[in-house]
Design a protein around this ligand. Structure first.
Ligand SMILES: [Zn+2]
Ligand SMILES: [Zn+2]
Length: 432
């Protein structure tokens, strides 16, 4: 119901704000550069680079932004490129973000611009592929940069273009991505008020936009539980404190946190144990078992609560058998939180661009996205853009991070327009 009211409000305000930005000019401009944007995307797709190794991608972006006459900052969070476009009139500051990195996946798509790039990753020979579609993000934002640069006279304020490295996760010892962009002070340096991001989606038809106010993508927190017992002969369990049985009880106990203790009508919670390790042979009860897993949450309060409950459940179950459980919950990606007020303010531009029938309220995604660090810094909005051939069946469309992943080029133009219109609309101040 809350969503229904919100969507009614968005449609109504779309009608009001549709007057304030020249959407027709954007449509014409995006049509005239569409072929170029697709060409850029093919080039980037054919030349993918892993996280924090986006050297050539960064140069490609830098060259484009400089050719547009933009102030450009490079080497941000290793390979990030920031373009600063100052409008002719003073006003607010909005950041538009595209991530640039690819994944260690061997491409298995029959395309003339398919990646043939090989490299090593964690000591293994791997292929490199834009298997999450970040190539489309870069190309679309380069397109928006070109359109907005030509319309400086219309802009009251500043557009900051963030071409970000390492969304998929930087090599452990390096750090990077959105977290580092924020830590390096980009948001403070340019007084960024709000950030907007798009993720292409390979299972949503071209022309469609999906969004969700509030928690849109989950916080992801890895955890490790070490259960310490007492070793004994497998034939004499009474002489042991068996960490294997305690670990089994803990795994089931963790699932009852989700099913019996969290209010799932608010937001979903996921606790997954992905690996369990202990013991060496059939007739020895080991003295220790470790398990690792991931926690996904979409609400800050629920996140804190689930952390507490995991600690309590694991330690109490272990204690009941005389064992000890040590719970370590690590920092991970934050909740990608679409601020309700900024969502209300920015969505009308998306609705006016894509068409009312093509904008859908969707369920949250339990995957994580490092755009969340921007969303934690300033009120932000992150939406999903259709990249699936509309003639295709959703069930047959390959998912992200798979060797078969593909994005239909026809989806890019709408992304260029949305980036452009969001900036123009926000800075026009009329929706304030
Ligand atoms: Zn991605
Ligand atoms: Zn991804």
């Amino acid at each position: 119901m809350k969503y229904l009211l919100l969507s009614v409000a968005i449609v109504l305000s779309a009608l009001v704000s549709a007057q304030s930005v020249n959407y027709e000019a954007t449509r014409k401009a995006s049509a005239s550069i569409e072929d170029k944007v697709i060409e850029w995307r093919h080039h980037l797709h054919e030349n993918p680079e892993l996280s924090n190794r986006e050297f050539e991608t960064a140069k490609y972006v830098e060259k484009h932004l400089k050719a547009l006459g933009m102030e450009v900052r490079t080497g941000v969070a290793y390979t990030g490129v920031i373009g600063i476009l100052k409008g002719d009139k003073p006003g607010g500051v909005i950041a538009l973000r595209a991530d640039m990195d690819a994944l260690p996946v061997i491409e298995k798509v029959d395309l003339p611009y398919a990646s043939k790039v090989k490299t090593t990753y964690l000591g293994k020979d791997v292929g490199v592929m834009h298997a999450c579609g970040h190539d489309t993000h870069v190309a679309m934002l380069m397109g928006a940069a070109e359109i907005l640069s030509a319309r400086k006279a219309e802009i009251a304020g500043t557009v900051v273009f963030i071409f970000q490295p390492a969304e998929e996760g930087a090599p452990k010892e390096e750090g990077g991505g959105a977290k580092m962009i924020v830590e390096e002070g980009i948001f403070d340096d340019y007084k960024i008020e709000t950030a907007f991001g798009i993720h292409i989606n390979s299972q949503t038809p071209v022309g469609q936009v999906n969004y969700k106010p509030g928690g849109a993508m989950a916080a992801s927190n890895p955890f490790k539980i070490t259960v310490k017992g007492k070793q004994a002969h497998g034939s004499a369990p009474w002489a042991s404190v068996d960490p294997v049985v305690a670990a089994a009880q803990i795994i089931l106990g963790l699932q009852t946190i989700v099913s019996r203790q969290m209010d799932l009508t608010r937001e979903p919670v996921v606790i997954t144990v992905g690996k369990i390790e202990g013991g060496v042979r059939n007739n020895i009860i080991p003295n220790e078992v470790t398990m690792i897993g991931t926690i996904r949450t979409l609400d800050r309060k629920m996140k804190a609560e689930v952390f507490e409950r995991i600690k309590k459940t694991a330690t109490s179950i272990a204690e009941s058998s005389g064992a000890e459980a040590i719970v370590e919950i690590q920092d991970g990606t934050l909740i990608t939180y679409n601020d309700p007020e900024i969502t209300r303010r920015l969505m009308p531009a998306v609705v006016a661009t894509a068409g009312e029938d093509n904008v859908n309220l969707v369920r949250p995604i339990t995957g994580a996205e490092d755009f969340s660090y921007y969303a934690a810094k300033v009120p932000s909005l992150f939406v999903f853009l259709g990249g699936m051939d509309p003639a295709m069946n959703r069930a047959d469309a390959p998912g992200h991070h798979t060797p078969d992943f593909r994005v239909d080029d026809r989806g890019l133009r709408l992304g260029v327009e949305i980036y452009t219109n969001i900036a123009l609309d926000y800075l026009s101040g009329r929706t304030k």
